[in-house]
Design a protein around this ligand. Structure first.
Ligand code: ADP
Length: 401
């Protein structure tokens, strides 16, 4: 544009130099040309602007249509999904519930109302826990006759709390199958107890006549006895586990002489330890007994010492016990085969065994699950540090009454 004006100016100057008497006319022609150029430029600019606006409007419309479509899809999904859902805003007002929520909990017309005014006791308690603490929540809860996996997600933006979305997934069927499975396992184990005792008794009687047997029969009889005993241990462990999994395990807190209990347990295993060339050391910081559940403590100590011996060939096993800030701390450290790092998270799972090729020396794979369950029932914790071929250290914390 500027170059055109300069160009036009030069033409007018040249015309003036040629005939200055026509300067007025030249000036008028110059101004007209300038106005025409300006109008032409403005027209172009307007055209470009309107094209740009049209393109932008089309883009905005497309985005808006997509947003509306997504919103529709999301709304339909939420409305029709089989899991109940609830959204409460930061003021505790119920902003949204889906059909399933209304059907499952028999609540309608609660939208726009304060949650405390409309929710029943069980539901209210869950919502309260999720809403008040503004934290993610994932727990299985019983509501009426059904079990729900409750997932709660707080909506937080720029560190501001905007409300909570709660999703209830009905897991009653899974719970029922789990219960049936446990009951079945417990019943079968119970039924197997008597025939197993009869088999072991008979094999023991036959074994007493080993003088009449040839070497191969003797070897088979030995395998028969060991395997039958293993099966009996399995049955016993399954029964203990299923008992522990029943709701509300009664604990009997009494004054326990922990030192004596550990010493007695060591004595039980002393012969086995001597056979394997293992030295058992016991270090105690306890001067007095502690108020604990005797049965639980016995199960924990027996299993941990038994494992320490089972998975060691020689070396020292050190058992330490102390009391600190209302908690009993028990440490069982061995210098045995250790546990591979990848298996450490699995050792408390039912039937997990790192080495299934141990043959007749094999355990049941249930000892540590029982220990963990017992510790949980006592509101305690267990940790393990282990290194392959170096040894393992199990540390138990149990709150003392
Ligand atoms: P098991 O009857 O096989 O001993 P547990 O539940 O007591 O069953 O232990 C599960 C697995 O954890 C064992 O098979 C073993 O592989 C591993 N484990 C437990 N304690 C020790 C230990 N002190 N040293 C090495 N491995 C261990």
């Amino acid at each position: 544009m500027i170059t055109r004006i300069i160009g036009l100016g030069i033409v007018v100057l040249l015309a003036l130099m040629y005939d200055a008497s026509l300067s007025g006319l030249y000036f008028i022609v110059y101004m007209c040309a300038l106005i025409l150029m300006e109008m032409n430029q403005k027209g172009k600019f307007d055209q470009e602007m309107s094209d740009y606006r049209r393109r932008k409007n089309t883009q905005i419309k497309a985005v808006e249509n997509e947003r509306i479509l997504n919103q529709k899809i999301l709304k339909t999904l939420i409305k029709t999904m089989s899991s109940p859902m609830l959204y409460i805003d930061r003021n505790g007002i119920i902003c949204f519930t889906n059909n399933s929520f209304k059907d499952n909990f028999g609540l309608s017309d609660i939208q726009g109302k304060y949650y405390k005014d409309v929710l029943g006791q069980g539901l209210l308690q869950i919502v309260q826990e999720c809403y008040l603490f503004e934290k993610k929540y994932n727990e299985t809860r019983k509501l009426g006759e059904r079990y729900y996996q409750v997932d709660s997600n707080p909506l937080i933006k720029n560190q501001l709390f905007y409300g909570t979305i709660l999703l209830f997934v009905d897991v009653s069927k899974v719970k029922e199958i789990e219960k049936f499975q446990k009951q079945f396992l417990s019943d079968v184990s119970h039924e197997l107890k008597t025939p197993m005792s009869a088999i072991i008794g008979s094999v023991e009687i036959l074994n007493r006549r080993s003088g009449d047997m040839d070497e191969i029969t003797k070897e088979f009889m030995e395998i028969l006895l060991k395997e039958s005993e293993r099966m009996q241990n399995l049955i016993d462990d399954i029964l203990v586990l299923s008992k522990l999994e029943r709701p509300k395990q009664e604990l009997n807190h009494v004054f326990v002489d922990v030192n004596k209990l550990i010493e007695n347990t060591i004595q039980l295993f002393q012969e086995l330890a001597n056979e394997k060339g293992i030295e058992i050391q016991f270090i105690t910081m306890l001067e007095d007994g502690l108020v604990l559940d005797y049965k639980s403590l016995k199960t924990i100590i027996t299993n941990l010492i038994s494992n320490a011996i089972k998975y060691s060939d020689g070396g020292i096993i050190r058992i330490s016990v102390l009391y600190k800030e209302g908690t009993m701390i028990l440490i069982v450290k061995d210098h045995g085969k250790g546990i591979a790092a990848k298996n450490i998270p699995l050792i408390f799972d039912r039937f997990f065994q790192e080495d299934r090729s141990r043959g007749i020396d094999m355990g049941t794979g249930l000892g540590l699950s029982i220990v963990k369950k017992v510790i949980e029932n006592n509101n305690g914790s267990i940790e393990v540090v282990s290194e392959l071929n170096k040894g393992s250290e199990f540390t138990v914390h149990i709150p003392v009454s």
